[in-house]
Design a protein around this ligand. Sequence first.
Ligand SMILES: NC(=O)c1ccc[n+]([C@@H]2O[C@H](COP(=O)([O-])OP(=O)(O)OC[C@H]3O[C@@H](n4cnc5c(N)ncnc54)[C@H](OP(=O)(O)O)[C@@H]3O)[C@@H](O)[C@H]2O)c1
Length: 299
Amino acid sequence: MPGTREGRRQVVLVTGASTGLGLAIARRLIQEQCDRNLHVVLTARQASLARFQNHDIVEQDNLWIRALDVTDAQQRQAVVAEIESELGGVDVLINNAGVAYRSCVEHVTEPERLHQMNINFRSPVELTRCVLPGMRAKRQGKIINVSSVGGMMAMPTMSVYSASKFALEGVSEALFYELKPWNVSVTLIQPGFMRSDAFEKVPYTIMSAKASADQADPYHEHYHYMERFIESTMHRAPATCDSVAAKIIKVMRQKSPPLRVYGSIDALAFSLLRRALPRRLYNWFLYRNLPSIDRWGKR
Ligand SMILES: NC(=O)c1ccc[n+]([C@@H]2O[C@H](COP(=O)([O-])OP(=O)(O)OC[C@H]3O[C@@H](n4cnc5c(N)ncnc54)[C@H](OP(=O)(O)O)[C@@H]3O)[C@@H](O)[C@H]2O)c1
């Protein structure tokens, strides 16, 4: 990276770093700091900043903690402007912050859909736009976007989440080509299920919360069986936030990282399945393997 060559510390900016995968990335970066001459900028929403102290992560000379709601344009610009004036710019941007609404398409209102798209798609793109002039000027940089298996295949009850990650995948793929001439890399990390408590934090839309709780709702079985399936799969998942974070650190070390990196073995398996089976068979296979599918839509 240019920072290393010029003796400047390489600056890494992480969003949504106070919990889950973001916190695991933060911990790995802190471990790496001395060896690799890094300046780490961890960000989280104002209300979540206190969590860093609970994890014994406090500001130091080469570790900044800043408030950043990724949907807030002023905060995005302020963080990047401060890094540019004090540290010479961002070398690695890790767009990790994200939410995963659980809802069937019929149960998402437009404001809810826009909210989901705003956090998972529009905001990482806008933050990327803030750091790109600096990276192009230095002819070096890395954009690492945390996608998901949901960005390569869609699951029922995860409609807007998949839409947001598919959109992130599309824009990242175009960026990968656009930025190559400036030696700026773009990588999508695709985790499958991670063993974590993220399942308990999944937000519902107003209508999907009602449908999930109401046994008389026509979509009740969709939610009931998918919730149980996702919860048990997450509890049994071999991948953890830390194992995915390790893959992200590996991408940071690579001179020319690939566009897509599987975050876990299930992501690789789904990708192979998708490529190996004819499209119609693939869709039929997934449909038939949905949990208790014969009980769905019987009302
Ligand atoms: N968990 C999985 O199995 C899984 C699988 C595939 C992909 N992923 C992806 O991995 C990334 C991290 O997810 P996770 O599992 O670590 O979930 P998580 O524990 O819920 O963490 C999500 C993080 O995003 C932050 N965030 C949400 N809205 C934000 C906003 N407007 N501005 C700034 N930060 C915001 C949250 O902050 P607050 O605490 O302040 O809300 C939190 O720190 C996401 O992009 C997710 O889509 C997760």
